[in-house]
Design a binder for this molecule. Structure first.
Ligand SMILES: Nc1nc2c(ncn2[C@@H]2O[C@H](COP(=O)(O)OP(=O)(O)OP(=O)(O)O)[C@@H](O)[C@H]2O)c(=O)[nH]1
Ligand SMILES: [Zn+2]
Length: 221
């Protein structure tokens, strides 16, 4: 991967978002071009981490990742979000080309406080989706309009999407982003997240292959 700063082309015609700022950020995996978008309706900031030349390209490897403070910052074992993020960053940096969108849709869109309320209900025996419903929320409140607009602003023509979630593929396609193929995001299970992963597989058709934590093959792709 080149360490040379690159200026990414900008499209000015976005309606939901302002393309607010961008800079190269050195990370343990190399330099990530970090582009911050602001949602005009609520000021929420979403991030695109860009590697390589993606403008006007087809089949760009893309991860559309939803924020999960508990696992990504605090190391919670209740889900697989940090692994998914790490593996996506590994993939795009090793590949020398790709994008990780980091969307501020914590708790599948219900927010951190409500996710922790849902965790409290799960400790009483409810599953991920039952606990959402008990709190008065739908299973998944996320939308992909912001992701689509970010990708359009970056000039991505079509994507190879790193995901196990068929609804995410459908959501992006509905928002006008062609998905050329899916890159599976393999994830390791542990005693704390195995029910969560099984529930995703059974309730929303996530295409999850489960690997034990010591399985060195558990990786993206
Ligand atoms: N409401 C709720 N959200 C959760 C729970 N556990 C994890 N999350 C959130 O779920 C989001 C990740 O979504 P997932 O459904 O796990 O995975 P996905 O992004 O749809 O699918 P992949 O692309 O395959 O990773 C993150 O925002 C997490 O904070 C939970 O028990 N309840
Ligand atoms: Zn998580």
């Amino acid at each position: 991967m080149s360490d040379t700063p690159q200026v990414l082309p900008t499209r000015k015609s976005s309606s939901l978002l302002e393309r607010f700022s961008e800079a190269d950020v050195p990370t343990e995996r190399g330099v990530l071009r970090t582009v911050v978008f602001r949602e005009k309706r609520n000021g929420r900031e979403h991030v695109a981490l860009v590697v390589g030349d993606i403008h006007d390209k087809e089949g760009v490897p893309v991860r559309v990742h939803s924020e999960c403070l508990t696992s990504e910052v605090f190391g919670s074992l209740k889900c697989d979000c940090r692994q998914q993020l790490d593996r996506a960053l590994d993939f795009v940096t090793q590949n020398g080309c790709g994008v990780v969108l980091y969307l501020r849709q914590e708790g599948r869109g219900i927010g951190l406080g409500n996710k922790i309320k849902a965790y409290a209900l799960q400790s009483q025996g409810l599953d991920t989706y039952e606990s959402n419903r008990k709190l008065g929320f739908a299973d998944d409140l996320r939308s992909y309009d912001v992701a689509a607009e970010m990708l359009r602003s970056l000039g991505v023509r079509s994507v190879d999407l790193i995901t196990n979630n068929p609804l995410k593929i459908a959501g992006l396609v509905e928002e006008g982003i062609p998905v050329r193929r899916r890159i599976p995001s393999r994830t390791a299970h542990n005693p704390h997240n195995v029910d969560y992963l099984r529930t995703k597989r059974e309730r929303t058709g996530h295409l999850i292959e489960l690997f034990a934590e010591d399985d060195t093959e558990a990786k993206v792709g």
